[in-house]
Design a protein. Sequence first.
Length: 289
Amino acid sequence: MQINLNLLTAAILCFLPLAFMLVVIFRKRKQQLDSAKAPFKELQRRPAGEALRIKLEELDDKISEQIALLTAFPLLLSLGQLIFQTKNILTLPLDFIFSAAWSGFWGLKLLKRLSERSNYKLGFDGERYVAEELSRLMGLNFEIYHDVPFDGFNIDHVLVGSAGVFVVETKTRRKPVDESGNKEYRVQFDGKFLQWPWGSDNYGIEQAANNARTLSKWLCGAVGENVGVTAILTLPGWMVDRKAPFDGVYVLNPKEIYQVCSSARANLSDQLVRRICHQLYQKCRVVVK
């Protein structure tokens, strides 16, 4: 094996500016973080989709690492071929096999991670879309809390007003395209199951009901009174055909939530509403780093 010192020196010289620049960037960034802080320590309420936003940031970091790993090994093999200029007849096929195995392994992992990110991004956009629709209820003196944290999970949206407490679970699903290129946009709810264009399931129904029970139990302990909570499952972008009367969980298009909440009869005193909001306010603060 013969080493080409000129090519080796050229490769090192090409990498030195990059290494130097990375050191400068990290040092400057650390100095900026140490020399100045945000003018406030926390957000008063969690934004819609906060947990999904954090998950997306984590996925972006992992995707960047996997892209680097995917490309690094084949590049190093190519660089090794240039520098060492080996004349062994087996080297090239072996390098190809190693590169193909490496690319296949990390490529599939990256593909899976990108698909995962796409699904989280869809959920994040769905929660933001629903949050915009819910903001209309502020005109009816509803207080709105997003991404309310509990042990191991989050409640997407909580609405509090004299008409009661509502939990809103958002489930965002892509629309299939039929043979003529048109998007399917209707789903039927028979009281137990959702009938989608591709089949039936109860996706999100039991979760919405569990969220309502969990919040009700937590509020009872927090304010010292029994507080009933109404469950809503909302499906952004889908028209819902309801084939059964209300039986514990509303299944609605986001635009229908306003009508349901505004038409509910007042059953909470102003004092109890304030106490409930105080507890949720404390629970939904976000520390700013």
